[in-house]
Design a protein around this ligand. Sequence first.
Ligand code: AHR
Length: 493
Amino acid sequence: MKAELYADRHFPIGDIDKRIYGSFIEHLGRAVYNGIYEPDHPTADDMGFRGDVMELVKKLGIPVVRYPGGNFVSGYNWEDGIGPRENRPRRLEPAWNSIEPNTIGIGEFQLWARRAGCEPMLAVNLGTRGAAEAKDLIEYCNFPRGTKLSDLRRSHGYEEPFGIKYWCLGNEMDGSWQMGHKTAEEYGRLAAETAKLLRMVDPSVEITVCGSSSSGMATFGQWEETVLGHTYDLVDYISLHSYYGNRDNDTAQYLACSKDMDSFISTVASICDVVKARLHSDKTMMLSFDEWNVWFHSNEQDKKVEKWSVAPPLLEDIYTFEDALVLGCLLITLLRHADRVKMACLAQLVNVIAPIMTENGGRCWAQTIYYPMLHACSYASGKTLRSSVSCEEYDAGRYGTVPYLESVVTVDEEKRQITVLAVNRSLDEDMDLTIELSGYGKPVKTEHIALRCPDLKAVNSADRPDAVLPEIVPPAEKTVLSKHSWNVIRFGY
Ligand code: AHR
């Protein structure tokens, strides 16, 4: 099969904000306990953080990490996780039917994030709590000294403020499963007052308000309009969440699910612009896709997990090679919306629907989905160029007709590098790809990395961490994308 990809220097889409390569750690399953934190592990540092996990996180180059939830945050008392550990309560945690020991709280987490090279993004509880508790939390975290809560932080050994810049106003407040679920009116008012208070304490913060928890919600659209009606001038981003899965075991259809993400983003951006026009505002609302991933493998096994234990093995999806291809398509989609999507969080980072897995007390390895994330984060910087694709299409069932080629062109003018990320969705045929990059003289292909595997269901594991690994494609004049493959094609100019 032949395909052509054109891009022109004079037609950029927008600057790529590195924060679209963010991730997420929730107090859920083994993400925190036996994930990032395991004091008895042979690689643990002085704080009990696992060194092997830290190494894989650093290699990914994640710029921001959302914390502490997720559904968890809607019942969380942040005060439970501060001060001497012997005084911290064990709490019933109804979001995930677990017990929360509170060994890790905001102080420890922000330290972990800094050590891992990431900025923390903190969600406040707007489910069972409200604006006052959020104000107390930001005073504890960000106020320098001389008040009850800033001095309390200092007494806990943190002399310097945490300087947490990114704040989320609750989590999925449109969902009936959420503790303290609200209507759009109820949430919109609460979110506005909370944003106001957060900014009064620290005017330098950037705030995300909750959009819909998926585009499939009955209230989708109406929710965004109402919530933004209350908060437009007070927040910087509206959130989007979406998870995908090969539930019909139809790989051709599954590989097209990025079309759904694409239309979700366009629709939310349009709704934001409607509110902007209605309010006669000069400000353009940006989007934070702060939960996205593949999530379906663990659904059945999670039903069997024993309730009310500490760090049960929940949401432990083991990702296949085809999931990595889907992840690549989703990353390409986020990049193609670089003008509006300024933050995004791959949900999540360790053990819970995650690119990194651990054994309690044992080994740690990168799942298949780790690699597209690593490549995008390492190479797709600068700005995204508008591109046009000429290639055969196929019928992808519920997603309609899609081209076999999913791709994006990015250019980093400082580094004088162009990166093409591309997935060949064909399950049968290699693709002979012609790339025309206009306005850059004669760009020279410097590298072609590919993730390919004959077995779409192949997985990495502790025993076989290298079953699916990227490889350097031997230099060739032609660019050939193997059937069902993820590709990074790099040029210098
Ligand atoms: O990431 C897992 C869960 O998915 C989060 O807790 C919640 O926000 C979403 O429904």
